[in-house]
Design a protein around this ligand. Structure first.
Ligand SMILES: C[S@@+](CC[C@H](N)C(=O)[O-])C[C@H]1O[C@@H](n2cnc3c(N)ncnc32)[C@H](O)[C@@H]1O
Length: 292
């Protein structure tokens, strides 16, 4: 192939496609932008005009293409992942926030009154906690993460974005005892993949930390239910839990939450129409005990 033929977007995308990369065209543009220090729009414009990148850019691009063909996550190469209005720093040691998780922010914001209190259990890069605080600066936001590397990424994101949250290192199951009964919304995207299941995508299987993936039991629900139990103690009467789950858990998780005392349970699909998140409420206080 001549250089001019091999470095067009469609040629780069073809190499990525052949390696099984799921979104080859947009990844090609992102890698070309990264290699050349350009915006995505500038890369597309140069491609239309048939402009060939400079040699040093081509050398950088070749390395990036090879890494992506080895299924290193795009976000590890760019060093960032978009989430709602934020660009979060990510890399080895932290779960890459997914677009489908953005839905949880809408579910939280719909429940949050002025100055409300939110707790994000299992915060990873800080995605949910930071996005909620950025979109609702009046809210008081707390977050906890078990893994010290992920916690460090969250700390770095909070500092570099200038978003003020109460971030702790520890187990969600025992977190924030001082907040019991005071929280308006608990949000969580916990590890929920059934133990023994092997994720298909190498980006997930080989690069997302194991502690971020597996739910601790054959059905993947042990950790989500432990987190939900902690959430039940944290929320005030009438307070809400918003939790992400696997698409196959859209019936079983709401049912198990119902058996644990949660009421007003609604399961919400993601943009692809797959069951993705459950919203459940702690029973409100009954004003008249004779008319429950
Ligand atoms: C699926 S990732 C989600 C991360 C982030 N909330 C997001 O949506 O991008 C789950 C996160 O939970 C953390 N984690 C696992 N077990 C935990 C526990 N018992 N307590 C607190 N965090 C935990 C993992 O380290 C990981 O960062």
């Amino acid at each position: 192939m001549t250089p001019s033929g091999s470095w067009r977007i469609r040629e780069v995308a073809a190499r990525l496609r052949a390696a099984g990369v799921p979104s080859p065209e947009s990844d090609a543009v992102s890698l070309m932008a990264l290699a050349g220090g350009r915006t995505v729009a500038e890369v597309r414009r140069a491609d239309i005009l048939g402009e060939l990148p400079a040699n040093d850019v081509l050398a950088r691009l070749e390395g990036l293409i090879q890494a992506r063909c080895e299924r290193i996550p795009l976000q590890h190469l760019t060093g960032s992942a978009p989430f709602r209005n934020l660009e979060l720093a990510v890399g080895p040691g932290v779960f890459i926030p997914r677009p489908e998780t953005e839905l949880l922010v809408d579910l939280v914001l719909a429940e949050l009154s002025e100055g409300g209190r939110v707790v994000d259990l299992c915060t990873g890069s800080g995605a949910l906690a930071l996005a909620i605080k950025q979109e609702r600066p009046d809210a008081v936001v707390h977050a906890v993460e078990l893994d010290q590397h992920a916690h460090a990424w969250a700390e770095r994101n909070a500092a570099s974005l200038g978003v003020d949250i109460d971030l702790r290192l520890g187990r969600a199951q025992e977190s924030f005892p001082e907040l019991d009964g005071t929280v308006d919304v608990v949000v969580s995207n916990p590890p929920y993949i059934p133990v023994g299941m092997v994720p298909v995508d190498p980006e997930v299987r080989d690069h997302d930390p194991e502690v971020a993936l597996f739910g601790g039991s054959d059905d993947g629900l042990r950790f989500p239910l432990e987190v939900a139990a902690r959430a039940y103690a944290l929320v005030r009467p009438g307070g809400v839990l918003v939790m992400e789950h696997a698409d196959v858990q859209g019936d079983i998780l709401p049912e198990r939450l119902g058996r644990s005392g949660w009421v007003d349970i609604v399961d919400v699909p993601d943009l692809a129409g797959k069951p993705r998140a459950v919203r459940a409420r702690r029973k409100p206080v009954v004003d008249n005990p004779h008319n429950p």
